[in-house]
Every structure is written in structure tokens, then in C-alpha cells.
Write a protein that binds this ligand. Structure first.
Ligand code: 13P
Ligand code: ZN
Length: 269
């Protein structure tokens, strides 16, 4: 029996993850096992789940994350496909809890599916968000084609060059991704260095961070909001790339037009 059976709130939360995973596959951003999702589900853990004996672990996180004491997460499994997570979330992901030393995790349900190889980045970011008192509960890493392609141009890796190009492609981009796109220079996938650089960029006030030549990492209140922020940025990159494919460099909206968006939508930047 799944731990979701008598827990409608948690069930709804996992269903949303499955829905988002399906979109990632449909978008073409999730080849093979590409991308990963974690959600801080601590608020929806019931007593049945709390009383359950772990089925695997403890396993080391690779660092000590003091703000994760008592926290629970749903995680995509490593080497698992988004398209499979979409149809069978509890067979392609698992629920983990952080042990009291804040340096290990145990798998509690439903199956002993080992969490994503990007767990160091996901958990370090959740630890950071809790420390900051942020309401954000979801983190999403995916491989969107246009945004990754743009990170292959060194000129686009300077601070806020991509942010301004993308915001200027279509007004909604700035309205719905108001903090823009942070840049993390290439780091080994799954490494603690990648986790540290990701936190540094999120701390620089970005909700979405590009991992050079690899993908993007987004945080938000829930998984669908994290997906939406990436989706609007990827739409903007598509428009840019279509213009370039037609043989011209797109004009983009003017600074004055973008400032007007900030004023009308009461945006932070
Ligand atoms: P996982 O299958 O371990 O989640 O890895 C996918 C990925 O995109 C690594 O960056
Ligand atoms: Zn990846």
C-alpha cells in the first residue's frame, strides 16, 4: 500500500510533480533521465509516514545541512525518466527524510529508489531557502534546448546579458520571471561545487539559474510555478533563436519599454 493512500494533501502534491514531469518530457527538455525534481513535503507528512521504518539508508548527503533537521522530501530517482515519473511517480521517485545529524538521509517510501544524483544541489538549496525564511518548497532542474544553447556563447555568460536579451523578447518574460536568469559557470554534474555555485547565484536574487552547457535550475513555491518560470524564459530564447535563424538579430524591447513593465507589474528590478 502506498503512503499516499490516506493522505490526500501529499497525494495532490505528488500528482503535481507527475504533471510537471510530463510537461518536461513533452517539451523535449528531458531526454533519457535528464533533469530532476525535489519538493519539500514536510508540511504534508502524516503520523503514518512519521511512524514508518525507513526501507533504505542512512546514506551520506555529502555535507551537513543544519536547517534540514526534521525535513522530508519527494525526489525523482537517479537514472529515472521524467516520462516514467509522470505516469508512476512513486515507482520512479521516493520519499526521503533527513536524519537528525543533518548529514544523511533515509528512504522511507514507497520503494527503495535512490534519489537524483543532483541531490547535493537540491538539498543545499532547500537548506538555504529555509535559512532565509523563504516560502519556496520546490526545486527543478531540466535541460531546455534554447537556454542551454545560449550558454555556449561566452558573451552571454556575463552578468544579466541573457537576462536582458530574454526579458526584451516578449513583455511577459519580465513580468513572470522578474528576477531574470543567474549564470553558473560549468561545474561537474552532481558535485558539491555545483551546489555551492547554485546557492551563490540564488543568493544573488535569482529564482532561475543557468548551468553553463548543461541546463537550468529553478526554485519557487511549488513545482508548477518553478516550471512556469523556466517555460517563459525558454519561450523568450525560442523567439531570439527564431529571429537569428531568419537571419537578423532581434531588436528587443527598449529599456524604457521594459522599465514600464516593471512599474506597471510592480516588479523588484
Ligand atoms: P539524475 O537521473 O541522477 O536525476 O540525473 C539527471 C541529470 O540531469 C543530472 O544533471
Ligand atoms: Zn542535468
Amino acid at each position: 500500500m502506498s503512503v499516499l493512500e490516506n493522505n490526500p494533501a501529499l497525494s495532490a502534491e505528488i500528482n503535481l510533480v507527475a504533471e510537471a514531469a510530463g510537461y518536461l518530457w513533452q517539451k523535449g527538455w528531458a531526454e533519457r533521465n535528464g533533469g530532476n525534481i525535489t519538493v519539500n513535503i514536510t508540511d504534508n507528512v502524516d503520523s503514518a509516514l512519521k511512524d514508518k521504518e525507513p526501507i533504505a539508508g542512512p546514506f551520506p548527503i555529502g555535507s551537513t545541512l543544519p536547517h534540514l533537521k526534521g525535513c522530508w522530501f519527494f525526489c525523482k530517482g537517479t537514472n529515472r525518466r521524467m516520462r516514467d515519473l509522470a505516469r508512476r511517480p512513486m515507482e520512479n521517485g521516493s520519499i526521503i527524510r533527513i536524519t537528525d545529524d543533518c548529514a544523511h538521509y533515509e528512504i522511507v517510501a514507497d520503494k527503495p529508489v535512490m534519489p537524483t544524483s543532483e541531490l547535493p544541489s537540491h538539498l543545499a538549496v532547500h537548506n538555504y531557502l529555509i535559512a532565509k525564511g523563504s516560502p519556496y518548497k520546490a526545486s527543478l532542474h531540466t535541460h531546455p534546448i534554447g537556454l542551454v544553447a545560449m550558454t555556449h556563447n561566452p558573451a552571454f555568460l556575463e552578468k544579466d546579458v541573457l537576462t536582458n536579451i530574454l526579458w526584451s523578447m516578449i513583455p511577459e518574460t519580465k513580468a513572470f520571471c522578474p528576477r531574470g536568469l543567474g549564470i553558473v559557470p560549468y561545474k561537474l554534474p552532481g558535485s558539491c561545487e555545483l551546489a555551492e555555485a547554485t546557492i551563490a547565484s540564488i543568493d544573488d536574487n535569482y529564482d532561475v539559474v543557468a548551468w553553463e552547457k548543461h541546463g537550468v535550475f529553478a526554485v519557487d513555491t511549488d513545482i508548477m510555478s518553478a516550471f512556469d518560470q523556466i517555460d517563459v524564459l525558454e519561450k523568450a530564447s525560442d523567439i531570439y533563436l527564431h529571429a537569428r535563424a531568419m537571419g537578423f538579430v532581434p531588436d528587443g524591447m527598449s529599456q524604457a519599454q521594459m522599465q514600464e513593465i516593471s512599474t506597471v507589474f510592480k516588479l523588484p528590478k
